[in-house]
Design a protein around this ligand. Structure first.
Ligand code: SAM
Length: 246
C-alpha cells in the first residue's frame, strides 16, 4: 500500500545520513524533493539512484493532490527537503495534512535538524524550548517576537540569514536586558562549525570583527527572573513560614 516517508537529510556532513534513510530513499517509488538539482547532487554522493519529483513551496498546493493520488494507487513516496528535516522551516506540511485527510500512512524518520543540533550544545536548558523558524524581516514585525522571547522562561530558537544577522542583533539589543545570554551556532556539522556565546553586545562585537558567513541558528537563554507577583497560594505559604519561624 502507498505511504509517505518523511526523510531527513544531512545539514552539512554527508555522514549524517542514516542507514534507514538511505534504504528508504533507494526503495521508494519516488523521491519528492524540494529542489531536484540540489537533491540530485546529494543522492549521487550517497549512492542513491531513484526517480525524483519536484515538490516545493510554490507548487505544493497543486502538487500535493497529485502525490496523494499516486500514493492512493500504491506508490511509496519519500519526501526530502534541501537539508535537514522536511516540514521544519521547509515544505512538507501541506502534503502531510493531505495524507492524513486521505488516510495515507505518514512515516517520519528521525535525523538531523539544525535547531535541535544547536540546542543540545547551547548550554541552555532544553526543556522547555520554543522554535520560531525564520522571523519576519522587518524590524517592527520582529519586535513582538523579541518581547515574547524576553519574557519567556523557555530557551528560544530561530534561524537567521548571515546578511541579516547584524541588523537583527541590533534590533534585539533594543528589547532584551543587556546581560541576557545568546548563542550564535554557525555552520553546524561542517568544517567551520562554531559557537559564538555571550551577551548580545559581545556577540555583536564579534561580528563587527568578522562578518557573519554561512548558516546560523540563534538561541536565546531563558528568562530566569522570578515573576514579581506572588500567587495567593505562594503568599499563604510565605505567611505560614514566617509564623512557623516565629
Ligand atoms: N529543514 C532544515 C532543518 O531541519 O533544520 C531547515 C531548513 S531552513 C530553509 C535553512 C536554515 O536552517 C538556514 O538558513 C539556517 O538558519 C539553518 N541551518 C541549516 N543548516 C544549518 C547548519 N549546518 N548550521 C547552522 N544552521 C543551519
Amino acid at each position: 500500500a502507498g505511504k509517505l516517508y518523511l526523510v531527513p537529510t544531512p545539514i552539512g556532513n554527508l555522514d549524517d545520513i542514516t542507514i534507514r534513510a538511505k534504504r528508504i530513499l533507494q526503495e521508494a517509488d519516488y523521491i519528492a524533493a524540494e529542489d531536484t538539482r540540489t537533491s540530485g547532487i546529494l543522492l549521487e554522493k550517497i549512492g542513491v539512484h531513484n526517480r525524483m519529483l519536484s515538490f516545493h513551496k510554490y507548487n505544493s498546493k497543486e502538487r500535493a493532490p497529485e502525490l496523494v493520488s499516486l500514493m492512493q494507487k500504491g506508490a511509496v513516496i519519500a519526501e526530502i527537503s534541501d537539508a535537514g528535516m522536511p516540514v521544519i522551516s521547509d515544505p512538507g506540511y501541506i502534503l502531510v495534512q493531505e495524507c492524513i485527510k486521505n488516510n495515507i500512512p505518514v512515516v517520519p524518520l528521525p535525523g538531523p535538524s539544525a535547531f535541535a543540533t544547536a540546542l543540545i550544545a547551547s548550554g541552555f536548558d532544553a526543556q522547555p524550548f520554543t522554535y520560531y523558524g525564520f522571523l519576519p524581516r522587518k524590524k517592527g514585525e520582529q519586535q513582538p517576537f523579541f518581547e515574547q522571547m524576553n519574557k519567556a522562561h523557555a530557551t528560544s530558537i530561530f534561524y537567521e540569514a548571515p546578511h541579516r544577522l547584524v541588523k537583527t542583533l541590533a534590533n534585539m539589543a533594543t528589547i532584551f536586558d543587556s546581560d541576557r545570554k545568546i548563542v550564535a551556532a554557525r555552520e553546524l556539522t561542517k568544517i567551520h562549525e562554531e559557537f559564538i556565546r555571550g551577551t548580545i553586545s559581545e556577540v555583536t562585537a564579534y561580528f563587527k570583527e568578522q562578518a557573519p558567513r554561512g548558516e546560523f541558528v540563534i538561541l536565546v537563554s531563558p528568562n530566569t527572573q522570578q515573576s514579581e507577583q506572588l500567587s495567593w497560594a505562594e503568599l499563604i505559604d510565605l505567611v505560614n513560614e514566617l509564623v512557623a519561624n516565629g
